[in-house]
Design a protein around this ligand. Structure first.
Ligand code: SF4
Length: 322
């Protein structure tokens, strides 16, 4: 029997509503994240990855609107959570690490207060000393001396600030951490350091991760499975190990050809011709068809459905798959 899913996303649809128009940013996507699994969402900018992450945490704000589907967390319907349940869900069960730690941290408040505020809000029974001790423990966990707890965000380097955000995200022992481009603003050495630290912490505490980045190499290294999104749809889901070695969807293949290999002979990167379609003027049939070098006539008229791919044990949506 396969492991039960911690997160089940079914037919999730998110629209951005304008005065006279509606742009469908996420079009009926479904996927699971298992307990302890790192699941990545890959794809070009604007494909809907972050919109999915925000919907999972019920953080979608107008003009965005979740207009269809379900998000289940441990079997509970997140979209139907009451205000009080949602409060316990966010940070208590699902926490976040976003791209810019400087934006996530309040620059005029010592970081200790920022970590402790979250702990006090969710664990009001804890005394002052216990809260302080928990904050210090979190600092140690991410390799920063607790002596620096009362420093302000600007007194830390970019990498340390991102570590502080990870400490905040871990403070309440969540089951899922959503990481949206958590290392993008950092140089590659610090980036590697932080990813190794997250892997370590994940192995120790067993939380799941929804990992979003445009860096496919980093994602393959860190994730167990990867979902590839294009123009608001999931076009392939596969084990991370087969995304580059056995891609089943032409878009995944094209993404792989745009990515420089770290070993082996030097190869010319091909990139993907053209640009993703505007969400308010989508092509008929397969959304990738105007850019797909393998398109056949049916691609222009019929939408391909996600179907199992025995080669990888995943799924892909392409008319070429029989
Ligand atoms: Fe290309 Fe057709 Fe497959 Fe779309 S369905 S990815 S256009 S071959």
């Amino acid at each position: 029997m396969s492991d039960p899913a911690l997160v089940e996303v079914r037919d999730l649809t998110v629209d951005y509503v304008g005065d006279n128009s509606v742009a469908r940013a996420v079009n009926g996507i479904s996927f699971d994240i298992k307990a302890g699994e790192a699941f990545g969402l890959a794809g070009e900018s604007g494909c809907g990855k972050s919109t999915v992450a925000f919907a999972l945490a019920r953080l979608t704000r107008m003009p965005g609107l979740v207009t269809g589907g379900e998000v289940r967390f441990n079997g509970e319907n997140v979209l139907a959570f009451s205000k009080d349940r949602l409060r316990r869900y966010r940070w208590g069960e699902v926490s976040f690490v976003f791209q810019s730690a400087m934006n996530a941290l309040n620059p005029v408040i010592p970081v200790s207060e920022q970590i402790e505020d979250g702990i006090v809000a969710h664990r009001p029974h804890l005394g002052r000393e216990a809260v302080r001790a928990r904050a210090a423990e979190m600092f140690e966990l991410v390799g920063i001396s607790p002596r620096r707890l009362d420093d302000y965000p600007h007194q830390f380097s970019g990498g340390m600030r991102q570590r502080i955000c990870i400490a905040m995200a871990l403070a309440l022992e969540p089951k899922l951490i959503i990481m949206d481009e958590p290392t993008t603003a950092l140089d590659v050495v610090v980036q590697r350091d932080i990813i190794e630290q997250i892997c370590d912490l994940k192995a120790r505490f067993g939380f799941s991760v929804l990992f979003i980045t445009h860096d496919l190499g980093l994602m393959i290294e860190f994730c167990d499975r990867i979902g590839v999104m294009y123009a608001g749809e999931l076009v392939e889901v596969a084990p991370a190990s087969s995304i580059l070695t056995a891609p089943q969807h032409p878009y995944t293949r094209a993404l792989g050809r745009s990515f420089p290999p770290l070993t082996g002979p030097r190869v010319r990167l091909e990139g993907i011709e053209g640009t993703p379609p505007s969400l308010s003027a989508l092509p008929g049939g397969c959304r990738f068809s105007p850019r797909c070098g393998e398109a056949i006539p049916i691609c222009m008229t019929r939408v391909p459905l996600l179907q199992p791919t025995p080669v990888t044990g995943g799924q892909a949506a392409c008319h070429l798959l029989k």
